[in-house]
Design a protein. Structure first.
Length: 147
């Protein structure tokens, strides 16, 4: 388990939940801090697919490149980014649960370099605050879109 871990049941079929979760371009509609996401690579989503993401962090626009590092349809999906000595990986797993989908969100934060290592706790707390209600927002978005 990483620094961030959440689980939720979304009342939609696994195929629909996986499809929405992996459509990164919809992130601005789901996550408050994400302003824009642009796919950088051609073709279908797979390991190696890259996106440019812009977040508003306390009034500051922060750009990062996200790379898909795991893509198993209807089972798991993970993206990672590395910037200024901070590496972040967000991983989702999906399991059918009745008529819905049980989703696990696991986030890991790694730091390198002395200065970043000193601030690791603060970085994890900042990301935790941003992602605290991530799955709840995803659930609301998917279930609302299904109506």
């Amino acid at each position: 388990m990483g620094a961030l871990n959440q689980t939720i049941v979304i009342d939609r079929p696994i195929e629909e939940v996986f499809a929405v979760t992996t459509t990164m371009e919809q992130s601005p509609q789901i996550m408050d801090q994400v302003e824009e996401v642009t796919k950088l690579t051609e073709g279908a989503i797979a390991e190696g697919t890259k996106y440019n993401e812009v977040r508003n962090l306390g009034g500051r626009r922060v750009q990062s490149v996200l790379e898909v590092v795991e893509y198993v349809p209807n089972v798991s999906y993970a993206v990672s980014s590395s910037q200024n000595g901070v590496e972040i990986e967000f991983r989702y797993t999906f399991k059918p649960q009745g008529d819905g989908t049980f989703v696990t969100f696991d986030g890991k934060v790694k730091t390198s370099g002395f200065a970043r290592s000193l601030f690791r706790g603060m970085i994890v707390r900042m990301i935790s605050k941003e992602e605290l209600f991530h799955l709840q927002k995803l659930k609301t978005f998917i279930e609302k879109e299904a109506v």
